[in-house]
Design a protein around this ligand. Structure first.
Ligand SMILES: Cc1ncc(COP(=O)(O)O)c(C=O)c1O
Length: 272
């Protein structure tokens, strides 16, 4: 008879990975990225373990993931990394989520939702320094920050950006992104935004000057090298912790595959 496939999660290895990343981050908080079902490892399991280690903030991609976490009683601060549609703003406020905001339209919708629910909402304003996905252009940021700080119910907790190529050491693009972000921080300094954050795993290793006030590790926390180009003394000590029954290690490609899970179907025993 064929044996069922099994995968084991070794939480002690996650703890070790996190400690290694914290050593690099120094006094700044780690805000782990647990999007896509914690990169296929199981969202609730991983977040509960992170909370037990003292992590007080996690990042997800979508509002629905954050709501799932609230429904199982997770009290941590939850950043929602993708730009929410205006119609998601009530859910965001009601569940005390911290959305990444890259448009005035969403800011206004959040302010309205905050008034309706009589509850303030903290936001992270995103500047597009080169990723080309979410966020306003650097020259638009001073206006966005001014509007956000003036709006009723909005608390600006973070100013952030993201790298497309941090895993290419010495890339002129990443260097320029950091400089652009620093410029936006300086231009908006009057708003005294508490957290400036930019670094994903690769940037934590490769671009120390991008660590600012908090870092958002994803793939490295799961024990995987962000790219073969990155060589730091820490990498050999990171441990994968999703292990197949017969000891085979899940690869980066496999993890990403798990993260792209499309559906879970419940089928009767004996279904072909
Ligand atoms: C905005 C943002 N920050 C951080 C991360 C974590 O990235 P990585 O897995 O490369 O560490 C992601 C992942 O997609 C992200 O979208």
């Amino acid at each position: 008879m064929q044996e069922a496939s099994q995968a084991f999660i070794h939480l002690d290895r996650l703890t070790r990975n996190l400690r290694l990343l914290q050593d690099l981050a120094g006094p700044r908080p780690l805000w782990p990225c647990v999007k896509a079902n914690a990169y296929g490892h199981g969202l609730e399991l991983i977040v509960r373990h992170l909370e037990s280690l003292g992590i007080d903030t996690v990042c997800v991609a979508h509002v629905s993931e954050a709501v799932l976490l609230r429904e199982v009683g997770i009290g941590a601060t939850i950043l929602v990394l993708s730009a929410p549609p205006p119609e998601a703003c009530e859910t965001i406020v009601a569940h005390r989520l911290e959305p990444v905001v890259g448009s005035r339209e969403v800011l206004e919708a959040l302010s309205q939702a905050s008034a309706q629910l009589a509850q303030p909402v903290s936001v992270h304003l995103k500047v597009d320094t080169g990723m080309g996905r979410i966020g306003l252009l650097p020259q638009q940021m001073p206006d966005l920050v001014a509007r956000a700080t003036a709006l009723e119910g909005i608390q600006v907790r973070g100013l952030m950006s993201h790298f497309p190529l941090a895993d290419e050491p010495e890339s002129a693009i990443s260097q320029k992104q950091i400089e652009t972000f620093e410029r936006v921080c300086a231009e908006t300094a009057e708003a005294a935004i508490p957290f400036r954050h930019m670094a994903n795993s690769a940037a934590i290793f490769d671009w120390p000057e991008s660590r600012f006030d908090a870092v958002r590790p994803g793939i490295a926390m799961y024990g995987l090298r962000p790219s073969p180009a990155i060589a730091t003394h820490v990498l050999p000590n990171l441990n994968r912790f999703l292990i197949g029954r017969h000891g085979s290690l899940f690869s980066r490609r496999c993890l990403l595959g798990l993260g792209c899970l499309m559906a879970i179907r419940f089928l009767r025993t004996g279904h072909p």
